[in-house]
Design a protein around this ligand. Sequence first.
Ligand SMILES: [Zn+2]
Length: 454
Amino acid sequence: MTFTPFDLRADPEDLRRNQCRRLAATVRRCAQAHPYYKRRLDPGLADRLDGGRLDALHDLAVTTKDDFVADADAFRLRLDPDAAEEYVLWDVACTAGTSGGPLASIYQTSYDFRGILFAQQRMAEIRGMRGDDRIMNLYPLTPQPHGAWMRCNHAAAVIGAAVVNGMSGSASMGFPIDRRFEDVVSLAATSSPTVLWGVPSYVRKVLQAVAGDGLRLPDLRMIAVSGEPCTPQLRRDLTALGEQCSGKPVEVSDSLGASELQAGLVECAHGSGHHNPAPELFMLESLDAQGAPVGDGDEGLLAITHVDRRGTVLLRYLLGDRVVLTHEPCPRCGLGGGRILEHRGRAGTRTKIRGSLVDLQSVSAAVEGVRGVREYQIRILGPDSQRDLDELQVLLEDDESEDALATRLADAVTTAVGIRPQVEFVASGSLSGPALKVRRIVDERWQAAADRKE
Ligand SMILES: [Zn+2]
């Protein structure tokens, strides 16, 4: 079978019908050779999809992250001997379950890898990344294979751009291959990138050091980020620092990445929503708690379905994000195929604090909405010799220790969830660990229980 791209400016109904027919072929493959789905698929489903009935899919139960992580190999299609060249294992990426635990492998075959290159090409087109760009890949080399570092290099390859790798990280296993932070910073200055691409808080750290050392990035025009939410404050900081280093306007381009896609949903401009770059390869749905679709414009849980894949295949898979979705073409760039208008955080992170149920994502959202907040960590402390009750605590990285900021933050959290947190300041740089990403929520009560078990 040869791959045919869709016209993303076609009528949204035509686009959905084309997606349906391609999905029908995937469902037939799964019915034959997918260990997990073959027992669960209704034999008539592929025919109904072929007839353009996308609602036929709604009878299929959702797959959760925990279902997948429990037996990831059961989600890998078995070889079709008639199309063996499409099934050669190309690479593997790892993801963890909702509550941490063992890692699950996501398999990419020779066919899927070409699909990833295609999706990366579309992402670049949508966000305005070009062949004449010089990209600096600031994702760390991680202990396990992870999409971010790999796919940034692949994106550069497919669009014909130059790429320089920061090679940060602490996963070198003794090989003298990683670069110290100071060397990443001087490499940034000497390679003069037009695009910096990485986790937003780490890109900010690099830009702060570039500015602090009096170095310049005169050609910088775009900061592409994914891997953690790019909060309004992060966006302001990145824009200001980028402009300080380059002396001209710099655009921040955010992406909602997912290991299960090995690609990200990108904006054509800030505020335009996160576009599905490749509806030929994956489909987005927004579902209620029972797995029924909610309408365009209403909040639901984001589910993805692989429309055309040969390695790991997931159908109606809940990523764990609360979103508002639309299938209308983007008013700015005209592209259809599904677009996330609003990302409202992760679902299902509610916990009891002092006996009341608190949504920790609402705490995060409240903290991120406070002007002046940069790195933070939310901690839940259990009772001990000094405390009779659980405590909600917010640590803030800020060398100034401003009382006014602490009060603004405590007020915002109290308004959001009805519990007043204790706010503590810690020195800049003390919250980010070796993964270069701050752990936003730490429940010490679980940690204490785990320590007791050991
Ligand atoms: Zn657009």
